[in-house]
Design a protein around this ligand. Structure first.
Ligand SMILES: N[C@@H](CCC(=O)N[C@@H](CS)C(=O)NCC(=O)O)C(=O)O
Length: 219
């Protein structure tokens, strides 16, 4: 019997995008179901009762929560093509370390940058740029963090980069001359169809970001 794969998602979510990219890389057909955060579906509450957040991957009725966890699951279950994690245990541990770095350093700073103003915003921006510098050194001369092919760290990072760089949502946020390797890496990733097809439409993103900013300003 064919696998049933459902993704509980939200079109603007960078975390959801990670799972979509992993599924696309593996060529897995799946049903994308959009959630409304103001009225979460009974299925989401049942499948992720702890955090009540998307993304949730539902494979043959069983939920897998947390985006990086879902990416690793996809890699283990559909292991016949496009490996996202190295086979060597040491290299695998190394990839997980950097994926965790992206989650804890970059995403957290990005959220703070997004939600705050003034000094706090500046501090978050500084932290984001410092963490990017570390990644600039880490990617080195390889095409991807995964080496010659897209891997876990690439999948973890590219959605965030997409918002900050590809869509230049924040003007002059990144001085390209300071991050040549990361910029080249981002371009390489977005040239991949399996990655770019998971990005939402630019115009829709801009409208939504503007609306969100207005509502944050009113708070
Ligand atoms: N650490 C989680 C983060 C997921 C997350 O923050 N999801 C957000 C959307 S981007 C969400 O579901 N928010 C709804 C809510 O908090 O009520 C992951 O990696 O999956």
């Amino acid at each position: 019997m064919a696998d049933e794969v459902i993704l509980l998602n939200f079109w603007l979510s960078p975390y959801g995008m990670r799972v979509m990219i992993a599924l696309e890389e593996k060529g897995i057909k799946y049903e994308n179901r959009e959630e409304d955060f103001n009225k979460k579906s009974p299925l989401l509450l049942q499948m992720n009762p702890v955090h009540k957040k998307i993304p949730v991957l539902i494979h043959n009725g069983k939920p897998i929560c947390e985006s990086l966890n879902a990416v690793e699951y996809i890699d283990e279950v559909w292991n016949d093509q496009s490996p996202l994690l190295p086979s060597d245990p040491y290299q695998r541990a190394h990839a997980r370390f950097w994926a965790n770095y992206v989650d804890t350093k970059l995403y957290e700073a990005a959220t703070r940058f997004w939600k705050t103003e003034g000094e706090e915003k500046e501090a978050a921006k500084k932290e984001l740029l410092e963490s990017l510098k570390v990644l600039e050194e880490q990617v080195g001369n390889k095409p991807y963090f995964g080496g010659d092919n897209l891997g876990l760290v690439d999948v973890a990072l590219v959605p965030l980069f997409f918002y900050f760089y590809t869509f230049s949502l924040y003007s002059n946020f990144i001085d390209e001359s300071q991050y040549p390797k990361i910029i080249a890496w981002a371009k390489r990733c977005t040239q991949k169809e399996t990655v770019s097809k998971c990005f939402p439409e630019e115009q829709k993103v801009r409208e939504s970001v503007l609306q969100k900013r207005e509502s944050l300003n009113k708070e």
